[in-house]
Design a protein around this ligand. Structure first.
Ligand code: TRP
Length: 449
C-alpha cells in the first residue's frame, strides 16, 4: 500500500497546527507581560527569524529525506560511519514528557469552556483565584476527568492516521481557530485598550531586558515552533516531494508568529480596556481575562466561550503533533499496529499526567514532587530547559555539520537562492548552537549577565 501523504496545504496546516498551540495563546501573552512587553517581543521576533526558522527547516529536511519515524530518519540520512546519530531521534520521547502536563492544561481549558457555558465564570479577582485554585489544588478528580477527555480526543485523531486523522483535524480546526482569533481581534479594535495594547506589544523599553528575559524569549521561540522533539521530522516524512521544505517552513513560521501576535494584541486590548495589569503570570488567561469578560455581560460570555474553544483547538492540534512521533516510532521500529501504538503512548502520558495533577494538590503535593519542585513543574522544566534545547542543538549540529553538503544542497539549495542558503547554513552552524549553549548555561545559573 502506498504511504498516505499530506496534501500541500494539509502539510502546512498540520505543521502550523503543531506550532500554534498553548504556547501562542496562553504562554506568549503572559511571558510578554512578565518581561515588560515590546522589548521582549522584539527579541522573540529576532530569534524566530534568525534561529527558529533555520532549525525548523533543518528538522523538516531530515524528515523529508528520511521519510520515516524520527529515529529511522536520522539513521537513514546520516552518512556511512555516523549512523549512531539515530539516537538523536530519541528526542521524540520529549514529546510524551511534554504531553504529561500539556494534556492537563488542555483539561483546564475544557473546564473553563464548561464554566463559560454554564455562566459560572468568576467576576472579581478573589473569585478568579478561588475558581482556579479550586480546580488545580482541590479537585484532582475533576482535573483528571478533563485530562482524560483531552487524551481521548488526541487518541481518536491519531487512530485515523496521517491523512484521515491528522490532516483532517487540522483542515477543520486551524481555519476555525484563525477565524475566531481574527474575529476577536476585530472586536477588540473598537476599544481604547487596542492602541494601548499595540503600544505595549511593539514599543520596546530596553531597560526591562535582562539575561533571563533573553533566555525565556529564545526558549519560547523553540517551543512555539515545535522544534527539538522530532515533530517536524515525523510530519515532513509524509510530505509530498513536490513541495518545497523551505517554503513550507516559511509559511509555518509566518502563521505561528502572526497568531501569537494576534492573540497577544487581542488579549491585551481586553486587559487594558478594563484597567487590569499586564504582569499576571500564568494566570493571565485563566484568572484575569475571565474577570474582564464577565464585566462585559452577555457579549463577554459569548466571547469567553469562543476564546476558550479557540484555545482548546490550538492545544489539541499541538497535542496530536507531540504524540505522533512516538506513535510512528513504535509502529515502524517495533511493528506495532497503529491502534496498539496509540493506546500505549497516550496511556503512558495520561498516567504520568495524573501524577502532575496530584503534584499541585494540597493533599498529595509532597508525595509527587522532585526535589523542591512539584512534578508538574519538574516535567515542564526538564523539557523547556534541557530536552528541547538539546534536541535543537542536535538538529543544528546534524544538519549543519554531519550531513553531506550534497544532501543539504539537494533539498534546500535548488529551492532558494545562494545567499539565503548561505545565511541559513551560517545560522545552523554558528548562531543556533551559540544561542542554545548560552541558554542552557543560563538556565543552570552557570552564567548570568
Ligand atoms: N508549539 C506548541 C505550542 O506552542 C507545542 C508543541 C507542539 C511543541 N509540538 C511540539 C513544542 C514539539 C516543542 C516540540 O504550544
Amino acid at each position: 500500500m502506498a504511504k498516505a501523504r499530506f496534501s500541500r496545504i494539509g502539510f502546512i496546516l498540520a505543521a502550523a497546527g503543531a506550532a500554534v498551540g498553548l504556547g501562542n495563546i496562553w504562554k506568549f501573552p503572559y511571558i510578554t507581560g512578565m518581561y515588560g512587553g515590546g522589548a521582549f517581543v522584539s527579541i522573540y521576533l529576532i530569534t524566530v527569524v534568525l534561529i527558529g526558522f533555520s532549525l525548523l527547516a533543518g528538522e523538516m529536511l531530515v524528515g523529508y529525506k528520511g521519510g520515516k519515524d524520527a529515529v529511522s530518519s536520522f539513521e537513514i540520512v546520516a552518512p556511512e560511519g555516523k549512523k549512531g546519530w539515530k539516537y538523536a531521534g530519541f528526542m521524540l520521547f520529549s514529546g510524551l514528557i511534554i504531553m504529561t502536563f500539556y494534556s492537563v492544561v488542555i483539561g483546564w481549558i475544557f473546564h473553563y469552556i464548561y464554566l463559560s457555558l454554564t455562566n459560572s465564570l468568576p467576576t472579581d479577582i478573589n473569585q478568579a483565584k478561588e475558581t482556579f485554585d479550586n480546580l488545580v489544588q482541590f479537585s484532582p478528580v475533576t482535573a483528571t476527568l478533563w485530562h482524560f477527555l483531552a487524551t481521548v480526543f488526541v487518541a481518536v485523531v491519531l487512530l485515523g492516521g496521517v491523512k484521515a486523522g491528522i490532516e483532517k483535524a487540522n483542515l477543520i480546526l486551524m481555519p476555525l481557530l484563525l477565524v475566531i482569533l481574527v474575529g476577536l481581534l476585530g472586536y477588540a479594535m473598537s476599544f481604547d485598550g487596542f492602541s494601548k495594547a499595540l503600544h505595549f506589544m511593539f514599543a520596546p523599553d530596553w531597560s526591562k531586558i535582562n539575561s533571563e528575559a533573553i533566555v525565556r524569549a529564545v526558549g519560547h521561540a523553540f517551543f512555539t515552533l515545535s522544534i527539538g522533539i522530532g515533530t517536524m521530522v515525523t510530519y515532513a516524512a509524509s510530505m509530498s516531494h513536490k513541495q518545497s521544505v523551505f517554503k513550507a517552513a516559511m509559511w509555518v513560521t509566518i502563521l505561528d508568529t502572526l497568531i501569537a501576535l494576534i492573540a497577544g494584541v487581542m488579549i491585551y486590548s481586553f486587559i487594558f480596556e478594563y484597567g487590569a495589569s499586564a504582569a499576571q503570570g500564568p494566570g493571565l488567561v485563566f484568572k484575569t481575562l475571565p474577570i474582564v469578560l464577565t464585566k462585559m455581560g452577555t457579549t463577554g460570555i459569548v466571547i469567553s466561550i469562543v476564546f476558550f474553544l479557540a484555545l482548546a483547538f490550538a492545544g489539541l492540534t499541538s497535542a496530536i503533533s507531540l504524540t505522533e512521533p512516538a506513535v510512528e516510532y513504535f509502529m515502524q521500529r517495533f511493528h506495532f499496529s497503529r491502534v496498539k501504538s496509540v493506546v500505549l503512548n497516550t496511556s503512558l502520558y495520561f498516567i504520568v499526567g495524573i501524577g502532575a495533577i496530584l503534584s499541585y494538590t494540597k493533599e498529595y503535593g509532597k508525595t509527587f514532587s522532585i526535589g523542591d519542585k512539584p512534578l508538574f513543574d519538574a516535567l515542564e522544566f526538564s523539557t523547556d530547559s534541557i530536552l528541547l534545547p538539546l534536541g535543537g542543538l542536535a538538529i543544528a549540529i546534524f544538519v549543519g555539520y554531519v550531513l553531506k553538503e550534497q544532501d543539504r544542497e539537494h533539498i534546500i539549495k535548488h529551492q532558494v537562492n545562494h545567499t539565503i542558503y548561505k545565511i541559513w547554513l551560517f545560522s545552523l552552524k554558528f548562531v543556533a548552537p551559540a544561542a542554545i549553549i548560552f541558554m542552557m548555561l543560563n538556565n543552570f545559573g552557570i552564567i548570568k549577565i
